[in-house]
Unconditional design. Structure first.
Length: 401
């Protein structure tokens, strides 16, 4: 008798793999063999969290971890408002829904504004999980291609507008951008806002990297600073990268569109509430001394400078210079960066050490794009970044021969 298995959903089978994590099994096998792996594939900073955040958990007097409000505690949302006010963003606690990281914030947002087969326009390359969030909600991503040769600046407004149709519900960008490090200007945000107003769609801006700008003259411009976009702007945020609290899983949706926030609250009700201890740590981080963020920004800028300089010395390697966040896209002299990245973990080591990258093809929605590119996160200390660049140089020499 032939055995059969229950059928899984087509949606689940079609869900794209994460380019950030898909090679993890090979990294783990390398470690079992005794090889040290430098992880530049994932945005997990090695910078310590604010001491205030850790101490807040350690000193907690709670004798019960109870449910909290679905939208997040009023105290936490008030702390967020104070932080935003310092960044020229005027919002109230009623404009905020606290979520389990920016990931849940984006999922809630897409569920609030889209029905099945609706479309979201995103400049590519983009954060790979946007594809996953859209697929999980049966939404179609419509990419608009940005160019490595142009440092991944915003594609032309006419090229974006040409993609808008009756199914389009929003334009989504990450600013500064993961994976490219591109920093959108006020003029570009306003141009996208004008498109949103003209076609009555939303402009969603993922601003989780707003603190990380690698010069002393550029001022970050938030989508929520535009008064005319009051009903059309949605900001996504998180404490994960800003305060090295990735494991806290605390993010938020911020919008002055009251109907959107009311709808998002219904989705928040379904999942009950954010994690209590995570909110305690996150609130302490937000209220920590301002010197913390200044030092972190300085650290990432120094890492960016040393990594980019080291990569530019490698024959055949091209680097797109990031202006924000802590990632850059690097073009390698190979036919397939994913095959090469896997080979680094399975067949190569130097002094029993190797390095793990995220193949950049997974950050594109268009098949075949980014095939020679990798995303590198400068999330390790300068010594480890230099060693990683050295390993890459030696690996490329072996691989080409």
């Amino acid at each position: 008798m032939q055995s059969t298995l229950p059928t899984l959903s087509q949606k689940g089978r079609d869900l794209p793999e994460s380019p950030i994590r898909k090679l993890v099994q090979f990294a783990e096998q390398a470690k079992v063999r005794g090889t040290k792996v430098f992880h530049l594939n994932i945005g997990q900073p090695d910078v310590a969290s604010p001491k205030e955040a850790i101490e807040a958990i350690q000193k907690s007097k709670l004798d019960l971890l109870a449910y909290g409000p679905s939208e997040g505690t009023l105290d936490f949302r008030g702390s967020l408002c104070s932080y935003y006010s310092k960044n020229k963003i005027d919002v109230s606690p009623q404009d905020i829904i606290v979520t389990a990281g920016a990931s849940e914030a984006i999922s809630f947002t897409l569920s609030c504004i889209c029905d099945v087969a609706d479309e979201i326009i995103i400049p590519e390359p983009f954060y790979a999980n946007y594809n996953g969030f859209a697929a999980a909600s049966n939404i179609n991503v419509v990419p608009v291609h940005s160019l490595f040769e142009e440092q991944f600046r915003l594609p032309s407004i006419p090229s974006i507008e040409a993609k808008i149709n009756g199914k389009t519900k929003a334009i989504l960008i990450c600013n500064p951008c993961n994976p490219t490090g591109y920093l959108y200007t006020q003029e570009e945000i306003e141009a996208l806002g004008d498109l949103a107003l003209k076609h009555n769609i939303f402009l969603i801006v993922d601003e989780v990297y707003r603190e990380f700008i690698h010069d002393d003259v550029t001022e970050f411009y938030s989508v929520l600073q535009s008064e005319k976009l009051k009903e059309h702007a949605i900001m996504i945020d998180s404490v994960s990268k800003r305060y090295s609290l990735c494991g806290a899983r605390v993010g938020c949706i911020v919008s002055k569109n009251k109907a959107l926030i009311a709808t998002a609250l219904k989705f928040a009700h379904v999942r009950l509430s954010p994690a209590t201890l995570s909110l305690i740590a996150s609130e302490a981080a937000i209220n920590s001394d301002a010197s913390y963020l200044l030092a972190v920004k300085k650290e990432y800028t120094a890492r960016k400078n040393i990594l980019v300089h080291a990569l530019e010395q490698i024959d055949g390697v091209k680097v797109s210079i990031p202006r924000g966040a802590f990632y850059c896209i690097v073009e390698l002299p190979v036919d397939d960066a994913e095959v090469f990245s896997k080979w680094l973990l399975t067949d190569f080591s130097d002094g029993n050490e190797t390095v793990m990258f995220a193949p950049a093809a997974g950050f594109y929605s268009t098949p075949g794009y980014g095939k020679k590119q990798i995303r590198i996160g400068f999330v390790l200390n300068e010594k480890d970044l230099l060693r990683s660049a050295n390993i890459l140089e030696k690996a490329l020499d072996v691989y080409s021969n």
